[in-house]
Design a protein around this ligand. Structure first.
Ligand code: 5RP
Length: 234
């Protein structure tokens, strides 16, 4: 197992320990979240943990089923907790870029429906300014996508249509496409950028997750974890 995988797994186990009996828990997507799902599956089997998960992607749903986790669709107004990975975590603010796994829309809906949102990651995702290591994914409806991409380019985003392994456009679980926008970096005013993006009719959502993370649990390859909080939270 690589150092990064060890770090992700240890952070995932710490986050899985936050889940209690009776909770309704949003389960994000990606490789770190897969470790969370496996840790929760172990707790279900070993301790009889009795919680219900709300998966944010078909991949997470399929894995959770193999782990014996009870699942439901998002039909409640409020979840107790959402756990998810991130592509970038800004120090001090805990603002995030998400969506390199193409599940950003459902992930954001679940986060906004949750009382608490805990991020799990290894330290490689920590940045001082958003945009430092990842392009900003922007989910766009297929109708008129070229015109929408033109608008993203006018904003300075340098949009690149995401392709899957076969070279075809990556279609999200919501039936949309994703433009990865490397041109916004460094993102110094993410709130203004989010407003500008959402003003474009063809944009469904962006991968900016702003001021919603309660804490970020960071794993280290030596098996330790530490927690980052937004400035002023403690
Ligand atoms: C998916 C996401 C993931 O949380 C993000 O891409 C992190 O993935 P990983 O844990 O594999 O690094 O936002 O849409």
């Amino acid at each position: 197992m690589s150092n990064s995988d060890i770090a992700k797994r240890i952070a995932a186990e710490a986050a899985a320990a936050l889940v209690e009996d009776g909770m309704l828990v949003g389960l994000g997507s990606g490789s770190t979240l897969a470790y969370v799902v496996m840790a929760l599956g172990r707790r279900v089997r070993d301790e009889g943990l009795d919680f219900t998960g709300v998966p944010t992607s078909s991949e997470t749903e399929a894995l959770a089923i193999t782990q014996g986790i009870t699942l439901t669709a998002l039909s409640e107004a409020k979840l107790d907790l959402a756990i998810d990975g991130a592509d970038e975590i800004e120090t001090g603010t805990l603002r995030l870029i998400k969506g390199l796994g193409a599940a950003l829309l459902r992930e954001k809906i679940v986060v906004q429906a949750s009382r608490r949102f805990v991020v799990v990651s290894d330290a490689s995702k920590i940045v001082t300014h958003l945009g430092q290591r990842a392009p900003l994914p922007v989910e766009v409806v297929q109708f008129g996508q070229v015109a929408t991409a033109h608008r993203l380019a006018e904003l300075g985003g340098k949009p690149v249509l995401r392709l899957d392994r076969s070279g075809a456009p990556r279609i999200t679980d919501g039936g949309n496409v994703i433009y990865d926008c490397g041109g916004f970096a460094p993102i110094r005013d993410p709130f203004t950028l989010q407003r500008q993006l959402k003003a474009i009719a063809g944009v469904v959502e962006s991968g900016l997750f702003l001021d919603c993370a309660e804490q970020a649990i960071i794993g280290e390859p030596d098996g330790s974890t530490y927690t980052m909080w937004p400035a002023g939270a403690r």
